[in-house]
Design a binder for this molecule. Sequence first.
Ligand code: UD1
Ligand code: UDP
Length: 412
Amino acid sequence: MADQGAAVNIQLYDAGSYQFFSQKLIDGLLMTDISKTDPKVVVIFGTRPEAIKLFPVVRALMQRTHIETLSCVTAQHREMLDQVLDIADITPDFDLNVMRADQNLDELTARLLTGIGQTLDEIKPQRVVVQGDTATAMCGALAAYYRKIPVSHVEAGLRSYNIYHPWPEEVNRKIIGTIADQHFAPTETSAAALRKENIADTQIAVTGNTVIDALLITADKTKGPDILDPELQQICRKFADRKIIGVTSHRRENFGDGLTNIAAALRDIASRDDVALIFPVHLNPNVRAIMYDALGDLENVAMIEPLDYPNFVSLLKNCTFMLTDSGGVQEEAPALGKPVLVMRDTTERPEGVAAGTAKLVGTERQLIVAEANKLLDDKDHYLAMAQAHNPFGDGHASDRIADIIDASLTAT
Ligand code: UD1
Ligand code: UDP
């Protein structure tokens, strides 16, 4: 660390007992100190998907022991973040604990920006790494920019070209794109989007999406279709003679009518006696109120608490298909050969749609129900969608990212 090096330097000159050291030895010691002044990189994250997509990056950076890698969690999510930290065995160096119940974007942004700013002043890193498009990622990049610290953006270049879908993520990632000097694009499509915004080619690397790294690490641990969680195991046994549909839903732009429509569609789908829905419900109170109210009385809809990542991967493996508005699930389901109906009007992940494993079904009740029924009743249609396609990476994205960060830190 530059500062520690300076402190040792002063100690050496202040302490008279050190004065007999020959200049050569002092030079040697200072060189040792300089070699200890490892460049510092701080990885900032706060929500469940960021933790899932960044734990392989943190691991890859930590393997490069000449870099000091620090993790700063904002805890924009608390329980859902902690689930991932436990599984990934990460103990954060800084925990800002910003989450409040039903937080709104203004107060969340204010807490994040000031909290991250203070932490960066303390750490004084040479580089900041953020992922995706959450409030944490945007504030991490902005706080770094205010201190002229360079920013690496993991999962760069995703664009829906509609600032309200997803909201506020489309603008968050554009802000990060303006600030970052290293853009780790998961695919050629996302790299092309960045080039279209005049980002220099030299600042863009197509790395694959780190979610595939996380998925492979986790799927390897949960070999086969085994279900680890006893509650999930029991639910799957109960519904053994039915087709299981996995469900997740949480988007802010869907609060209100969107979520009400989605809940009504889920109720219609559950009226079939050959299906069961397993729905780990996001902890956002706006989601829970609508979903428990609309679906709480249905025997074949299992609304459960958020699953930890290995168990969610088990659900992905065991379901017939996924109904979701999640970003990450759009990437994971195709990799596992599971059709995914995306309950959104637009997607920043067109690769899954192009590959034929994902389909946009919006948030209108009739269309969601019609597309779900088609998958359940039309075997050829199902098989056409259920081909395993993985347009999002080969599981080595984190190493590529760590190599580039490493090279830039050691070059400075
Ligand atoms: C956030 C991100 C979104 C991302 C999503 C992943 C923003 C603006 N939104 O949305 O991009 O797709 O995370 O899930 O950054 N809560 C808990 N415990 C938790 C997590 C959430 O109680 O562990 C509840 C709290 O009441 C919290 C609320 O959920 O206030 C909303 O959390 P927040 O992070 O603001 O928004 P998300 O909708 O989760
Ligand atoms: N996920 C999980 N447990 C759950 C639901 C989802 O571990 O109960 C994982 C999922 O595999 C994916 C990520 O969480 O990697 C997606 O998070 P979310 O849908 O909250 O956010 P988004 O991807 O939409 O930003």
